[in-house]
Design a protein around this ligand. Structure first.
Ligand SMILES: [Zn+2]
Ligand SMILES: [Zn+2]
Length: 387
C-alpha cells in the first residue's frame, strides 16, 4: 500500500469518505447507561458484595495498564523490549479494554505523534475538546495511509493473531470473563455490570482524557509551542499517562512521569519487569537533555518579562541563561561518552567519565538555580520560570 501524499485537499477527500460508524456510536452510548444507572438499580435490588468493586478494580488495573505499558509504550513507541509472555498479556488484556486492535490503535497513535495538531492527527485538539475526546471515534478511518506506519507490527505473530481474533477476545474476555467470575460468586449479572460495563466506561474515558484534557489543561513543561500538557490528575487515572508534555517531547522514553514525585505506575511496572528479567533495553532519555528542554520551555514562558527588564539586567540574565545552556550541553556530551565507554567495556575510563558527568550535571543545575535567583531579582511577582 503506497502512502497518500500529505496535503489538505487529500485530507478533505479522505475525511468526507469516512462514514459515521453507528455500531461504535451505539456502543459508546449504551455502555454508560448499562454501566451506571442499570448497575445502580441492579445493585439496589440484588445487593452489594465486596467482590463486585474488587472485580471492577482489578480488571480496571489490568486492562488499563495493558493499554499504557503495552499498546502505548511497548507497541506504539517501542520504548523497551519484553518477553513473548508479556506481549501476550498486553494483547489479551489490552483487547479487553475495547479500544481496537494493537495494529489499529498504534497506527492512529503514531499518526497523532507524527502530525500532532495537524489535519492528519486523528484526534487533533485543534478540532475541539470533544473531537479529541470521543467524536473522532464515531467516524471510520478508511485512509490508505492508515496502516503504512505499522509495517513493523504487521509482521509480529502476536499482533496478527490479536488483530484476527480481536472481536472474540472482546466478547469472551471483556464480557464473558467478568460474567463467569460473577456466576462463580453467585451473581452473573453483577459480574457483567461491574467487571464489564462500568470498568469499560472508566478505562475508555480515562484513556480519552489523555487526548482531550492532557492537550488542554496542565503545564507545557517541556515544550511551550505544543498543546500537550503535564496533567497529574489524568496521570492518576491512567497509570502515569497524564505527563503528556514530557511524552510528546520525548515519545520514545519508557517513562512519562520522569520526575521522582511523578505518579507513573506504568514506569514502575516496566522497571519491575526488568528486575524479573522479562523486559530489557529500556529507553531513558539522558537527564541533561530533559532538564535543558524544561529550562528552555520555562525561559520561553517569561521571555516577554525578561525583554522588558532594564537592558543591563536583562543582558546579565541572558548571559546566565547561556551559561546554564552550555553547562547542560557539556553534561550531555559527557553522558554520551560514558554510555559509549560502558558499551565498549572500558570500565576504568567509564568510571572516570561518569564521575565527570555527574559533577558537570550538578554544576549545570547550579547554573540554572542562579538563573532563577537572577530572575527573581527582577522583582516579578506574577510569573516564575520554574515549574
Ligand atoms: Zn497527545
Ligand atoms: Zn504516545
Amino acid at each position: 500500500m503506497g502512502s497518500v501524499p500529505f496535503n489538505s485537499e487529500t485530507f478533505l477527500v479522505i475525511k468526507t469518505a469516512n462514514p459515521m460508524n453507528w455500531f461504535k456510536i451505539a456502543f459508546l452510548a449504551f455502555t454508560p447507561i448499562l454501566g451506571i444507572p442499570v448497575l445502580a438499580i441492579h445493585t439496589y435490588y440484588s445487593g452489594f458484595e465486596w467482590w463486585m468493586p474488587a472485580l471492577f478494580f482489578s480488571l480496571y488495573c489490568l486492562t488499563g495498564l495493558c493499554i499504557c505499558a503495552g499498546y502505548h509504550r511497548y507497541y506504539s513507541h517501542r520504548s523497551y523490549e519484553c518477553s513473548k509472555l508479556v506481549q501476550l498479556f498486553y494483547a489479551v488484556f489490552g483487547a479487553m479494554s475495547i479500544q481496537n486492535s494493537i495494529l489499529q490503535w498504534s497506527s492512529g497513535h503514531r499518526r497523532h505523534h507524527a502530525h500532532a495538531e495537524s489535519e492528519w492527527d486523528p484526534y487533533s485538539i485543534k478540532r475541539g475538546f470533544w473531537w479529541a475526546h470521543i467524536i473522532w471515534i464515531f467516524h471510520d478511518d478508511n485512509t490508505a495511509y492508515r496502516q503504512d506506519n505499522v509495517r513493523d507490527l504487521a509482521k509480529d505473530p502476536i499482533v496478527k493473531w490479536q488483530d484476527k481474533w480481536y472481536m472474540w477476545i472482546v466478547i469472551l474476555g471483556g464480557f464473558g470473563f467478568p460474567t463467569l467470575v460473577g456466576w462463580l460468586m453467585g451473581n452473573a449479572v453483577a459480574g457483567l455490570l461491574w467487571g464489564g460495563f462500568l470498568r469499560i466506561i472508566l478505562v475508555h474515558h480515562s484513556t480519552f482524557f489523555v487526548n482531550s484534557l492532557a492537550h488542554y489543561f496542565g503545564e507545557p513543561t517541556y515544550d511551550e509551542n505544543a498543546t500537550a500538557r503535564d496533567n497529574w490528575a489524568v496521570a492518576l487515572l491512567t497509570f502515569g499517562e497524564g505527563y503528556h508534555s514530557f511524552h510528546h517531547r520525548f515519545p520514545s522514553d519508557f517513562r512519562n512521569g520522569v520526575r521522582w514525585f511523578a505518579w507513573d505506575p506504568a514506569k514502575w511496572f516496566i522497571s519491575t519487569l526488568k528486575l524479573l528479567g522479562m523486559a530489557h533495553k529500556l529507553n531513558a532519555t539522558a537527564a541533561p537533555k530533559i532538564e535543558k528542554a524544561r529550562m528552555k520551555a520555562a525561559i520561553k514562558r517569561v521571555e516577554a518579562r525578561i525583554a522588558q527588564a532594564e537592558p543591563s539586567i536583562s543582558a546579565e540574565l541572558r548571559e546566565r541563561i547561556q551559561r546554564a545552556h552550555d553547562a547542560f550541553d557539556s553534561a550531555l556530551e559527557l553522558w554520551r561518552k560514558q554510555a559509549k565507554e560502558r558499551k565498549a567495556g572500558l570500565d576504568e575510563q567509564w568510571e572516570e567519565t561518569r564521575k565527570m558527568y555527574r559533577t558537570r550535571l550538578k554544576q549545570a543545575r547550579r547554573e540554572w538555580r542562579e538563573v532563577l535567583r537572577a530572575y527573581k531579582a527582577l522583582g516579578s511577582t506574577d510569573e516564575s520560570p520554574a515549574t
